[in-house]
Design a binder for this molecule. Sequence first.
Ligand SMILES: [Zn+2]
Length: 187
Amino acid sequence: MMTSCEDHDFPCQNPDYSRFDKIAANELAKPIAANVLVNESKFCMMIPVSEDSVVGDLNHGLFLRTLRGQSGLYHLWVDYEACSDHGTHTMMCAYVGKGPPETRVASHIKTKWPQTSFLYTTFTPLENRLAKYYEQLFLDLYDFVLNKAENPGENLLYAVWDNERYTNGTHANEVSGLSKMQDFDDW
Ligand SMILES: [Zn+2]
């Protein structure tokens, strides 16, 4: 029997990042695999964008405050497909950027993110020089709808996350720790 990802033909098991990894391995002494950057990042959270999706004081500013003072590489994602057979969520990347994520992502939400779309953000802390390198490599190989690259890559960038990463993310405790809401029945 075909699984739902085979049936609908979307990347679910072992998405292919081989071109990215090959180039990084040739150019860097200690390359980070694309899989680590997009599927195993230290930070991975759904960020509330529209007013309707905000519960109490849990707005995007509060979610992003957990990244205060940090800098590195971030990706902005939208839902692509879910695979019921493997319990995974395939995500499509809409934007790659570098810098301090607290202010940059907040600015993207204001200026370019559609209010109607859910936003998922991944972030990896990196030295600016390396963040620049990985940002450029992603831009060279992939096409992101919200990046205006001069010579965009041809393929879309997908991530594949399990239910835990997709639903709860990596920083739910930190976010609720910053919230002033005492009564968690409100959630
Ligand atoms: Zn699957």
